[in-house]
Design a protein around this ligand. Structure first.
Ligand code: SF4
Length: 437
């Protein structure tokens, strides 16, 4: 017999689709099928059932041999390396719930850690720009119901956020967008041809790294001022035409991704993108939104924002919060040998950091909290498997538009397995004992 769990939230990407249905066995122990999710979302649920899943913590010796240890031993090792370190790095936090992020931050406060999340190699530049100039944004619900002009700049939702276009931005029929895709004009700005650009009314194949110039060119074009014959590889005629299309809508939105945040000019690109949005509000209603990747990277910025005022690169080593991207960011600290222990939860720097940083992690006391075997778990001394958030335990996560959503528990975790929050609470208790806090 099977039962159906409805209104399940997908814990994979920042779209946080909340309409999934999951068929599970009557005893609530096994997932049978996943409905409504895209291929990568469904795989997240089904992968939790893998027969070769690691279910107990394990430690690695210098020769790369692993041996199983108990959760108590894992708590002791983790608490000790954090308590003994002068400046531990506690990195990740983007694929877990806000409850765990809050407990982890308490550990960071007691141990004087650097707390950093995946924004450091992703949308950190967006966060810097937002602090500089603010952001006129909206919810994805407003996009469904109102947006008739959609711009995807430096992102490819067809692959990275596969249901974004069908749930929110292109296909759905909303209150004021009753003809679905026919109600909308789609502009894609990307140096590459992608599956998203194939759907576009206008695909501007910009020269790589020239985003800042094209943003500025649009600001000139909105006012009807003169442009050179081409800007960033785009003919001026096309720029004027797209500028008029943008101005003529009733409600527009610019979605942007790492093609803008991590190309030349970085946070200055986002300053310019926000200025374009502000200019467009002279003619119509426009908003802008980052395409956040991990399902709760937005939540980690929110939690640290409430607790310490900064969304990433949080330095608690002096007993109060400091924030100085470029100085207190993970890769800069690793490169300068400034951290003496590494703790990773809810991300995979082994796959995403430069090789030089990964080598530094290998040489330090280190722990990786992750349900999967990953490149990070392979270089850390201790690997602690935990329950999948959003599959085997619930909790709060923030969608890319800053809307908090309560994730559901769908099945039981393997017997005896701890959740992120349970493991972190045990580490916090032990760290307090060791520090006499
Ligand atoms: S678009 Fe993202 S949140 Fe939605 S089902 Fe796919 S992976 Fe999950």
């Amino acid at each position: 017999m099977a039962k159906l769990v409805t209104d399940v939230v997908c814990p994979f990407c920042g779209t946080l689709c909340d309409d999934l249905e999951v068929s599970v066995t009557d005893d609530g122990k096994k997932i049978l099928d996943v409905y409504n999710a895209c291929a990568i979302g469904a795989e997240k649920f089904l992968h939790s059932q893998a027969s070769d899943r690691i279910t107990r913590p394990r430690m690695q010796d210098e020769d790369g041999n692993w041996k199983d240890v108990s959760y108590d031993e894992a708590v002791e090792y983790t608490a000790k390396i954090l308590a003994d370190a002068k400046k531990p790095l506690m990195y990740g936090w983007s694929s877990t719930n806000c409850e765990s992020q809050a407990v982890g931050t308490q550990i960071g406060e007691v141990t004087g850690a650097i707390m950093d999340n995946t924004a450091t190699v992703c949308h950190g530049t967006t966060l810097i720009a937002v602090q500089d100039v603010g952001i006129p944004s909206c919810t994805l619900g407003e996009v469904v119901n109102r947006a008739d002009r959609i711009v995807f700049w430096g992102c490819n939702p067809a692959h990275a956020h596969p249901r974004h276009m069908s749930r929110y931005s292109i296909y759905p029929r909303g209150f004021f967008t009753g003809k679905g895709q026919k109600s909308r004009k789609l502009v894609v700005i990307d140096p590459r041809c992608t599956d998203t650009s194939k759907l576009a009314d206008y695909h501007l194949q910009i020269e790589q790294g020239r985003d800042y110039e094209l943003f500025d060119a649009f600001r000139v074009a909105f006012k009807g001022e003169k442009l050179p014959d081409t800007v960033a590889g785009i003919p001026k005629k096309t720029i004027y035409e797209v500028a008029e299309t943008m101005k003529s809508g009733r409600f527009g939105i610019i979605f942007f991704g790492m093609g803008v945040t991590q190309s030349l000019s970085k946070n200055h690109n986002i300053d310019a993108a926000i200025s374009v949005t502000r200019d467009l509000n002279d003619y119509s209603k426009w908003s802008i939104m980052p395409m956040r990747g991990h399902y709760n990277v937005t939540g980690s910025g929110e939690v640290w924002g409430w607790l310490h005022g900064f969304p990433f690169a949080l330095d608690l080593s002096r007993g109060f919060a400091r924030y100085n991207p470029g100085d207190t960011t993970s890769n800069d600290l690793l490169r300068r040998d400034e951290v003496d222990a590494v703790f990773v939860l809810g991300s995979d720097p082994g796959a995403h950091f430069p090789f030089g940083s990964v080598k530094k992690i290998w040489g330090l006391p280190s722990v990786c909290i992750d349900p999967h075997i990953t490149p990070t778990s392979a270089v850390c001394k201790l690997h602690v498997p935990v329950a999948f958030v959003g599959v085997e335990t619930g909790g709060c996560a923030y969608r890319m538009d800053n809307v908090p959503i309560e994730c559901r528990k769908v099945v039981e975790p393997p017997e005896g397995m701890l959740t992120d929050e349970e493991f972190l609470k045990k580490v916090l208790t032990r760290v307090k004992e060791l520090k006499g806090a």
